[in-house]
Design a protein around this ligand. Structure first.
Ligand code: THU
Length: 126
């Protein structure tokens, strides 16, 4: 699947974002090694710390279905800027796709891609 097609899936995922507190919508689309896409959005909570980011929603959906090998993830938001994954999500990406690719797009359709290792050069491993 092309990066652009995966970004379109992330935009679709963003439609379901539950963001009554921040109004900051995020969508993620995760491509597994077999070509299946898992979509995720951010899901906020009145107890702010209980919020789940879009990236983790997508990864946890997939892992809970028994899928653990991923190629790339696209992330978009309703801000006009690129939305790189937060630190917690980087650590989760590291766990399941240390050799993966992260694709970001802003409102001006500018695309930037990073490796997970670029975003988290020295991830924690047990
Ligand atoms: N958010 C994500 O979904 N992904 C990130 O990597 C950054 C932050 C969400 C969490 C919260 O719902 C909103 O963006 C503002 O922090």
């Amino acid at each position: 699947m092309t990066d652009k097609a995966l970004i379109e899936q992330a935009k679709k995922a963003m439609e379901n974002a539950y963001v009554p507190y921040s109004h900051f919508k995020v969508g993620a689309a995760l491509l597994d090694k077999n070509g299946t896409v898992f979509r995720g959005c951010n899901i906020e909570n009145a107890s702010y710390g209980a919020t789940c980011c879009a990236e983790r929603t997508a990864i946890f959906k997939a892992v809970s279905e028994g899928i653990r090998e991923f190629e790339k993830i696209a992330i978009v938001s309703n801000s006009n800027q690129l939305t790189p994954p937060c630190g917690i999500c980087r650590q989760v990406l590291w766990e399941f796709m240390p050799d993966g690719i992260v694709i970001l797009q802003n409102d001006s359709e500018e695309i930037k891609t990073y490796t997970v290792r670029e975003l988290l050069p020295v991830g924690f491993t047990l």
